[in-house]
Write a protein that binds this ligand. Structure first.
Ligand SMILES: C[S@@+](CC[C@H](N)C(=O)[O-])C[C@H]1O[C@@H](n2cnc3c(N)ncnc32)[C@H](O)[C@@H]1O
Length: 199
């Protein structure tokens, strides 16, 4: 990676689940290496803002400082860091779930695609599995190419791509921002209220 790319960052994705180990700490994270071909590269930080609950609402002259009051609580949209603790692996009740043993969450891939590409760009995944990268690319109006050696996984990917023709929803990404874990009910409430403000 260091030979072929300009390494810009290492992202740590904190997975909720990991296989327990008897003689060690179980692995609860994965690394994502962010590399670019050139020193000039696409990075749309405003498209990947994180929506967080405000714990200590600070006001100036009686007005919220960098946060907003909503009927569902106090929130602010913050710049995303290289520590991702807001993404669960797909579990059985989620519409995106397949039986692929190492399926990635659509929310995770959405962050990468939104930050590092423009609409109509081509997104390439040479290890496509159940199709997550192509599905998310399609939902976000990118073109896509994927390679997968297992015919069953290819079938799942084709099925998901067909569903994505009509259903553009990406769980955890609502009104142009990424929501914390376990906020599904809140996301549904906010969904029809239109785009949220970035502060
Ligand atoms: C970690 S999984 C990818 C999971 C995928 N991101 C998803 O969300 O479903 C890696 C995939 O690469 C496939 N694979 C491994 N070696 C391959 C090769 N040489 N050519 C094509 N596919 C390959 C495996 O069958 C597996 O489905």
């Amino acid at each position: 990676m260091f030979e072929l790319f300009h390494v810009q960052n290492r992202i740590t994705w904190q997975r909720e689940k990991g296989r327990g180990a008897l003689a060690n700490w179980k692995n609860g994270m994965e690394d994502i290496w962010f590399g670019t071909k050139s020193k000039e590269y696409t990075f749309h930080v405003k498209d990947v803002m994180s929506r967080r609950k405000v714990i200590a609402p600070y006001k100036v002259n009686g007005q919220p400082k960098d946060w907003e009051e909503t009927e569902n609580g106090n929130y602010r949209n913050t710049y995303p860091s290289n520590f991702w603790d807001d993404i669960s692996i797909p579990y059985w009740s989620m519409p995106e779930n397949t039986q692929h043993p190492t399926q990635k969450p659509e929310k995770l891939i959405a962050k990468l695609i939104l930050a590092s590409s423009n609409e109509n760009d081509i997104v390439f995944d040479p290890f496509l599995g159940s199709g997550t990268t192509s599905v998310v690319a399609k939902k976000l109006n990118r073109r896509y190419i994927g390679i997968e050696q297992n015919p069953r996984y290819c079938g799942w990917a084709e099925y998901r791509l067909e569903v994505a023709q009509k259903d553009k929803e990406i769980q955890g990404y609502v009104n142009g921002v990424f929501w914390e874990r376990n906020t599904l009910a809140l996301q549904k409430k906010e969904k029809n209220k239109g785009a949220t403000q970035s502060v």
